[in-house]
Design a binder for this molecule. Sequence first.
Ligand SMILES: NC(=O)c1ccc[n+]([C@@H]2O[C@H](COP(=O)([O-])OP(=O)(O)OC[C@H]3O[C@@H](n4cnc5c(N)ncnc54)[C@H](OP(=O)(O)O)[C@@H]3O)[C@@H](O)[C@H]2O)c1
Length: 317
Amino acid sequence: MQTTILGRTNLCVSRMGIGAGGPSRLGKRTGKSESECVDILRQAFDAGVNLVDTSDTYSTESIIGQAIQGRDRSSIVISTKKSTRRKEVTPKTIEQNLNHSLQCLGTDYIDIYSLHGVVPQDYDYLVSEVYATLQKAREQGKIRFIGLTEMFNEDMTHITLRQGLEDDLWDVVMVGFNILNQTARQAVLQNAIQHNVGVQVMFALRKALSHPNDLQAFVAHLIQKGEIDPADVDRQNPLGFLDASTVSLADAAYRFCRDEPGVHVVLSGTGNPEHLAANVASFDRPPLPEADVQRLRHIFRNVASTTGQSMIEDSGR
Ligand SMILES: NC(=O)c1ccc[n+]([C@@H]2O[C@H](COP(=O)([O-])OP(=O)(O)OC[C@H]3O[C@@H](n4cnc5c(N)ncnc54)[C@H](OP(=O)(O)O)[C@@H]3O)[C@@H](O)[C@H]2O)c1
């Protein structure tokens, strides 16, 4: 597994991170038992993945706590978050949530502690009212680095992260980026490189890039909205031009994100051991051919109204 340095944190991280949220939550949402979820994490760690991302709302912190037992704590980078959307967030709730997360994770420090899903309208309040509490937690040694994550499905043009990078208060950001919606390239990644901020990518796959039929439907929808030029794409097989060495849509999706300048870690969420093994293999493959990357950039250059998760959600925009 390839590794890199996560920007200003200096943490050495695997290019693939395991996401313990999303549609699978390690399998918790897809009918797997708790011990199967623990096994997914162990499989990932054994394959060289050393970063795991969770949140106080995913109900997977205790699963991570079990999976890291018996391992050298310093070999795993734990990223967890405090939800902010439609939640009361005060210095007191931050302190309480942080202590609860530490307890569930069975650790005395968290490597990356982020404000989770921050919408643009809450950003100023959170900086003025609770940022100091995060700094205090860092001084106490409960967290090592402070992060910010966006609410991609409500903020597809990255207003929160653009502001966050300008303020330069955050060691790590988590951004929505994938083959379909590449707006983060201009809006976030360039600035993150300048400020040496660590970047985790979420939504690399989701529904649109999990299955060819889903991709077809998303592309048809985006053509209808005028965001994809029909002359650029084969509607029946939109990514059929990819080099024969690309083994699946998921393979293309993860490698496309991995090799985007400015991206350090691409989160992959799964509760399926076969998918996990396939995804690990993708991260070990060389870059997609440059001609394919350029064509993917070209086809989707004007797309800004989807996360790749749900066309129903996207139709309102
Ligand atoms: N605002 C925020 O801060 C925020 C929001 C969302 C997510 N996140 C973080 O980002 C992480 C990554 O997002 P995500 O979980 O949605 O990951 P993702 O990798 O974009 O998509 C995961 C989905 O793809 C499927 N999948 C995975 N590998 C596959 C493969 N090889 N072939 C076909 N399908 C495959 C999974 O189902 P199976 O279980 O069947 O494999 C799951 O439904 C989350 O886990 C969470 O930690 C953060």
